[in-house]
Ligand binder design. Sequence first.
Ligand code: PDD
Length: 287
Amino acid sequence: MSRIVYVDGAYVPEEEAKISIFDRGFLMADGVYEVTSVLGGKLVDFEGHAVRLERSLTELGIAVTLSRDTLLDIHRELVKRNNIHDGLVYLQITRGSDGDRDFVFPNPETTSPTVVMFTQSKPGIMQSPASKTGIKVISIDDLRWGRRDIKTVQLLYPSMGKMMAKKVGCDDAWMVQDGFVTEGTSNNAYIIKDGKIITRELSNDILHGITRAAVLRFAQEAQMEIEERSFTIDEAKDADEAFVTSATTFVMPVVELDGAAIGSGTPGPVATRLREIYLDESLKAAI
Ligand code: PDD
């Protein structure tokens, strides 16, 4: 059975899905996206993703054409039609196509955004092998643009960063700007020192992770100490533990940075506990 995807109001088999070659998402990376995880057939943190989506669209002056309720209905319909137990829903909204290529934005009165959504099935994602062993990261310069708080589809540099890591037998890259870690290629970055969770403060330099917000809330509720500030690669190498968060990896321990073991070189107790709490609470709150 082929996957059913959503394109501009229609549910179609993926082979039949079509968008224009003039779509600005394709030509200019003029679009935004969200990734919402599905656990036990339900959506994790849907509200947070919907709010961030609206913010991303508004920041770029792309019209918000779908209400939160409609978006929720489409997410649920896709999960149902594709029989997703564990996995994710990917959503992308671009500025659309006015039938040609031009740097000038098309008139929003006559050109409406393109909305595309599809699912990915990831059975057993909660028990992923990487979460047991931890992942290895390298550090690279952060060469992205200055509005990383907007979740745009400009993912070429993060993708190149992931390939740089793979090339040297690692899993991911932490990006560094002015001597401080910004974030991972597709996740937020954390270190733990003397029991304190340290992660970069929110600004235009990083994506305001929905998982980050949830994990920090759960950590606070569990009386853990949190410091939102920038940290360096040297500080990270000297940390007791490290981890990353995202909608697809949840809380993922990081055990090696630029070839140096972090702490014991195995997933630490704080990251392991945070992953458990995050998954427990997310399963309970999923809709
Ligand atoms: N990436 N930082 C960056 C650069 C990201 O791309 C992501 C998410 C995050 C974590 O955000 P959240 O917790 O809301 O998923 C941080 C998604 C998962 C992706 O590109 O697939």
